[in-house]
Design a protein around this ligand. Structure first.
Ligand code: 5GP
Ligand code: MN
Length: 338
């Protein structure tokens, strides 16, 4: 951030601050938002976190998670805090379209924005900006931000637990986008008192029986492997949603299971939702799924984790993906998985 000095001066007197993140917030979205929230609170600001939709249960234990305002549930209250804000932080997303109606509301104001994000191709008119697609997570960038503010001494367990959570989930338990710098940050968080195993237990050993049975169903009955394209597809029908009573967060991580196959370089999870068909794509190594999502499914994200949507039927969407794959045949054959 080039204008960090300006932001430091701005934040040297107590301000009203809103922090928002994307729809269906994941560990990094809520971890970075609450981490920054605790930090700015400590600096004496009045801070509110606003998400377009609810966060999953596996992060509900994060300190002060219950204080988050959900636009879908309390839009009037969310709009009130946005109205009062002197500055709005946008965390873990880089385009107002990713936060739909909340984005329209914020876009209609002239409140300055501060973006901290690690997705490709930012499209946000922010006065202050930390955008680094090479970073593991927005949580890593919030740590960098605290360092840029010369306030590392303010790091404490609540801030650390939030930041550790997003780093843990966005790196797939320290598998992707790691670096010596990231491990130093994590070491520092553990030094100040973050209990790393406690957080792993709270996040990963919190599966319901229903979710494990759903995973079994996906692997046994809904998975198709296309060896010639090094691709695996899992789909879920609207009927599956009813039969398994699938709720927010229940499908999280299922797509990654296919990447545990040696020959699979791309994994697609295709969900028939009430009005759209949603796609989640993952890849290993140097094959990018970002382009497929952006070019063919009005989406985007990262090289190895992207998403998008389709307005065709489930069957047609699966066929559309299969029709696209030959275009990438050489790239898929050549891609190194690591
Ligand atoms: P997921 O598959 O877990 O929903 O998302 C994976 C990544 O792709 C996330 O970083 C997310 O921000 C991004 N992503 C998911 N869906 C969309 C979408 O519809 N549009 C864009 N631009 N990015 C998406
Ligand atoms: Mn993230």
């Amino acid at each position: 951030m080039e204008n960090i000095a300006e932001l430091k001066t701005f934040l040297s007197i107590p301000k009203d601050i809103v922090i928002c993140s994307h729809r269906n917030p994941d560990g990094d979205a809520i971890g970075s938002s609450l981490g920054l929230y605790h930090f700015l609170n400590k600096m004496g600001h009045t801070v509110r976190v606003v998400f377009p939709s609810e966060y999953p249960d596996f992060v509900a234990w994060l300190p002060d998670a219950e204080s988050v305002i959900i636009y879908d549930i309390e839009s009037d209250r969310a709009e009130e805090v946005v109205d009062r804000a002197d500055l709005i932080f946008c965390l873990d997303f880089n385009s107002l379209s990713r936060i739909d109606r909340l984005g329209e509301y914020i876009g209609g104001k002239d409140t300055p924005l501060a973006m901290i994000d690690h997705h490709l191709y930012p499209d946000l008119n922010a006065l202050y900006e930390i955008s680094d697609p090479s970073s593991s997570s927005t949580c890593e960038l919030v740590y960098d931000f605290i360092q840029m503010m010369d306030m590392q001494k303010e790091l404490d367990v609540p801030i650390g637990e939030c930041l550790f959570t997003g780093i843990l989930t966005d790196t797939g338990s320290f598998k992707y986008a790691t670096s010596p710098k990231l491990f130093r940050i994590v070491a520092h968080l553990i030094e100040i008192g973050v209990d790393d195993y406690k957080i792993q237990d709270l996040i990963f050993n919190a599966q319901s029986e229903k979710r494990l049975r759903l995973l079994g169903h996906c692997l046994a009955n809904r998975m198709e492997i296309l060896p010639e394209f090094h691709t695996g597809i899992i789909y879920l029908t609207r009927n599956d949603y009813d039969v398994f009573n699938i709720q927010r967060g229940d499908t999280e991580g299922i797509v990654n299971m296919m990447l545990t196959m040696k020959n699979v370089k791309v994994a697609a999870f295709i969900m028939e939702q009430p009005t759209i068909v949603k796609l989640s794509l993952r890849s290993k190594g140097d094959f990018s799924v970002q382009e497929i999502c952006q070019k063919h499914f009005k989406g985007g994200g990262h090289k190895n984790a992207s998403g998008g949507a389709s307005y065709f039927s489930l069957k047609k969407t699966i066929q559309k993906l299969k029709d696209i794959l030959p275009e990438y045949k050489t790239a898929l054959d050549d891609a190194k998985p690591y």
